[in-house]
Each structure stands twice: as C-alpha cells, then as structure tokens.
Ligand binder design. Structure first.
Ligand code: GLP
Length: 244
C-alpha cells in the first residue's frame, strides 16, 4: 500500500476545489509561500478557484513566489501556446501577484544554459506545494519515461506520445508541435515539501493505478511519488480512479 493520501472526487470541479483548499490553507498560514505550478488542462479549474478567492480578498498572492515545471523550446516566449502565455492568461494576469516573483523556464535560446540558470534559481528556494498533472504516458513536468530520477533541470526531446497528445493545442498539426522542451527534473520535483498530483479522465487511470500500487518504475515517471519524503496527495476524479 502506498503512503500517499488518495482523494477521489465525483468530478473535475470537486477535484479542483480539493486541490485549491490545500493551497488556500497554505497561503492563510504562510502568505509568502513558494508554489510549484503546472500547465495543461488539468489545473485550469484550480486556477479559476484561486482567482475567485483572490478577487474576493480571501487570499493574497502579493508575497507568493512561483516556479513553473516546464516550457516548450523552439517557440517564442510569447507564442500563444507557450507555457509563459498560458500562465499569464490562466492565472497571473488575474491575481495580485508580483510578476517578478513568477518563474518559468526559458525555452528560447541556449537550452543547456537556460536549464543551468533555472536549476540555480531552484536551488536557492524550497517549494512548499508542487502541483502536478500527468501525461498519459506517466510523465510529470516533461520528464518522459526512462528519465533518470536523479537529474535536475534539463532539456528533453519529447516522446511521440506526448507530441501527439499536445497536437490538440497546435491545430491538430503534428508539424506545429514543439519537439523539445525544458523541464524541472524529478530531483527538483522531489525537493518540494508537499506534492499534489491532480488527474481526471479515464486516460489517466493506468498511471494513477501504477502510482497507487506503490510501484517505482523509471518507465512510469509519476511512480517516483512513492519515494517522496514529504507529503503527497493524489487528487483524482472517479474516472481517473476507475482502475483502482
Ligand atoms: C504536458 C505538461 C505536463 C502536464 C501534461 C498533462 O505534457 N508538460 O506538466 O501534466 O501536459 O496535460 P493535461 O492536464 O492537459 O492532461
């Protein structure tokens, strides 16, 4: 059995709410918390709830610091599908955060140097809560199956499965999907105090089963959560929990 705390919810909205509750609780206790943030469709509902709570003055992001997991290479920072754009549109533009306190790896330019710089930034801090989604092949951030659990921020050639999954954001045109990305390594993710993995939908059910079976398999990166020293919450909807 896994020591992970599993929370199964009825639907996407409830999943988002349960994850938001953990962040709200942290911010009320620690207004200058450090958050690790994710992109993709999974955390959009979470960001909406946090925006509402901020707009109604229940929580503030004034002193919050954020670090994102990953970014595409080969597209400009301001591309409509970059994670920089995603974070601004879906979260940062709508809250009282100081944008100087938001950090996203740089995908443009020399990716090795960008990785080294982001690693140095991360090593100066400690993430209180890291939010994670999962790729359908079990990747976290852009740590694809087979990635050494010990490496830090690095550039990565995306797997075909990931490129195909992400084509929906690029007019379903594989040619337009970036083939390379920069990502926090699993080492950086495991440095977080608390990790919240969110998943919804049946295409995440296998990955969730592998995690909850207490496996640790380099070919299913998300299973590394079983060796995290801190707290791990897996918050899923019924569909993602359907194979448990
Ligand atoms: C991308 C991101 C991951 C994210 C995954 C799942 O690959 N790099 O961080 O977890 O997509 O995306 P979605 O939430 O849209 O299923």
């Amino acid at each position: 059995m896994s020591k992970i705390e599993l929370i199964i919810t009825n639907n996407y909205d409830e999943m988002s709410q349960r994850a938001a509750d953990k962040i709200i609780e942290l911010l009320l206790k620690k207004p200058n918390a450090v958050l690790g943030l994710a992109t993709g469709s999974t955390p959009i509902g979470l960001y909406k709830i946090l925006i509402e709570k901020n707009n109604s003055k229940k929580i503030s992001f004034k002193d919050v610091i954020t670090y994102n997991l990953d970014e595409y290479c080969d597209i400009p920072k301001n591309h409509e599908q970059s994670y920089f754009t995603y974070m601004n549109h879906n979260f940062f533009d709508h809250i009282d955060i100081n944008k100087n306190n938001t950090h996203i790896p740089l995908g443009e330019g020399d990716s090795k140097l960008n990785a080294e710089n982001y690693e140095n930034e991360l090593n100066k801090t400690k993430i209180d809560i890291q939010i994670l989604g999962i790729g359908s092949n079990g990747h976290i951030g852009f740590n694809e199956p087979g990635t050494d659990f010990g490496i830090g921020v690095h550039d990565v050639e995306l797997h075909n499965k990931t490129i195909n999954d992400n084509a929906r954001f690029f007019e379903n045109d594989i040619k337009k999907v970036p083939k390379k990305a920069i990502t926090m390594g699993i080492k950086n993710i495991l440095d977080a105090e608390t990790i919240i993995l969110m998943a919804n939908g049946t295409n995440k059910a296998d990955a969730i089963k592998n995690v909850m079976d207490n496996k640790v398999d380099i070919n299913i990166p998300v299973t590394v959560l079983n060796i995290h020293k801190g707290k791990v919450y897996v918050i899923v909807d019924k569909k993602a929990a359907s194979k448990l």
